[in-house]
Design a protein around this ligand. Structure first.
Ligand code: HGY
Ligand code: MN
Ligand code: MN
Length: 423
């Protein structure tokens, strides 16, 4: 095993360079999936893959892969690393990009150091992890893992009315490889925590052992537009009031679950959105997450019952569209243990934890042993331009990834790796 560390300056510089792509006149960063800014970020990442001497492959859902194929591999199933480089609106520059660029850094350092892995090592940048423009989120890794039909995914219509397949073709990332063209032997994703747990506890590394379930829905409410001044309160079918009731209901539901559930109404549109007109329509999204499947199912059922009563009481028509649904995921114990060992060997504090955010790892976990490494987010802030992680923590996380990668892919090791990954 090399006792090398990653080239921290190169990683930090690349994070800054990629983070500079997709900023608008106000300096806000948005690289939504398959947009022109996403293309620019993709082009830069691909240029770095070529510079590193990796084989570049793009699949038909636009997932980008940089593959290192050393001679004498025990088999052609790669150890897969990666994350995503698409962002939310007005984003920070670390979410996803950190995991992708740290993975590339690890491969470059190992190549430079003459390390000979027992199998190919690949880095992936998955399409549309955020799901802000096209739902569901984690779409590229979901299609890659066989959880969503490619032809249906390419026909998904975005929030802006665009069609994913057309957009991928337009930006030049409708690749030729069939999703799943490589079968990962294992998957490790490095990511910022995006929450407060590590920052509050002063721990440097998170060995992520599971990830909560996610339920995304869009709710459409039909009421009756009427005059704000002349319509008595008991004669109103107020879609705006319905949306407000749903928002407060979800908040109360989540707050009564001792931290095991979170609920968010992130998008809300009122029609006609005029100060003196009772809204005739409201469209809102619900993001509901919980650590256990039965609790998530119970919350979804409770919300459904609440909507029925609300519709009757307020003379509203309420319809629900499911946008995304994932069950909680348990990660691979062998890899989680390797993450803990790697952190401890470097003298870093480490703790096991659950991921509150969704990640590509939860999709890849359905086809290969997978786990995640977290580093602290200052103030627990993410999906916000104030998203930040201390450089020392970014480098620590990448070094832990370096050590885990070597541990999994070193030759002639007494690898206790599970059978699925042995030659
Ligand atoms: O929504 C999520 O948890 C992820 O950021 N896509
Ligand atoms: Mn992410
Ligand atoms: Mn995100």
């Amino acid at each position: 095993m090399t006792d090398k560390s990653i080239d921290g300056a190169r990683l930090i510089a690349r994070l800054g360079e990629l983070g500079g792509i997709g900023r608008d006149g106000r300096g806000q960063l948005s690289r939504l999936a398959a947009t022109d800014t996403d293309k620019l970020g993709r082009d830069l990442f691909v240029s770095w893959l070529h510079q590193a001497g990796l084989e570049v492959a793009i699949d038909r859902i636009g997932n980008i892969f940089g593959i290192w194929k050393p001679v004498g591999s025990i088999d052609d199933r790669p150890l897969l690393l990666g994350s995503h480089i698409d962002t939310v609106i007005n984003a920070g520059q670390l979410d996803g990009c950190y995991g992708v660029l740290a993975a590339l850094e690890v491969i470059e350092i190992l190549k430079e150091d003459g390390f000979q892995p027992n199998r190919p090592i690949a880095v992936a940048a998955f399409t549309n992890e955020e799901g802000v423009r096209f739902a569901p989120d984690m779409l590229g890794s979901l299609v890659f893992a066989g959880g969503f039909r490619l032809d249906n995914a390419l026909l998904i219509v975005g929030a802006d009315g665009s069609v994913l397949g057309e957009e991928l073709a337009r930006i030049g990332y409708a690749g030729s490889e069939v999703p799943g063209f490589i079968e990962p032997a294992a998957y490790v994703e490095l990511h910022i925590e995006q929450g407060p747990v590590l920052d509050r506890s002063g721990v440097s590394i998170g060995a992520v052992e599971n990830l909560q379930g996610i339920s995304w829905q869009r709710i459409e409410i039909e009421g009756v537009a009427n005059h704000a001044g002349t319509t008595p309160m008991d004669m109103r079918s107020d879609a705006g009031y319905g949306a407000a009731r749903i928002t407060t209901y979800l908040r109360d539901l989540a707050r009564n679950c001792e931290g095991s559930t979170v609920a968010t109404v992130g998008c809300l549109e009122l029609v006609p959105n005029a100060i003196n007109v009772i809204p005739s329509r409201a469209s809102l999204t619900v993001d509901l997450r919980s650590t256990t499947e039965d609790r998530l199912l119970r919350h979804e059922a409770a919300l459904g019952a609440f909507l029925e009563t609300l519709a009757e009481d307020e003379q509203l028509q309420i319809s629900v569209e499911r946008l995304a649904r994932t069950t909680p995921v348990k990660f691979d114990e062998v890899i989680v243990k390797k993450i803990e060992n790697a952190a401890e060997k470097r003298g870093l504090s480490v703790r096991r934890m659950t991921s509150g955010a969704g990640h590509d790892a939860q999709m890849i976990a359905s086809i290969a042993p997978a786990a995640m490494i977290f580093v602290p987010s200052i103030g627990g802030i993410s999906h916000n331009p104030a998203e930040q992680t201390a450089e020392v923590d970014l480098i620590r996380g990448a070094n832990v990834l370096l050590d885990v990668v070597q541990s999994i892919s070193q030759r002639h090791s007494t690898n206790e790796y599970p059978a699925s990954c042995s030659p």
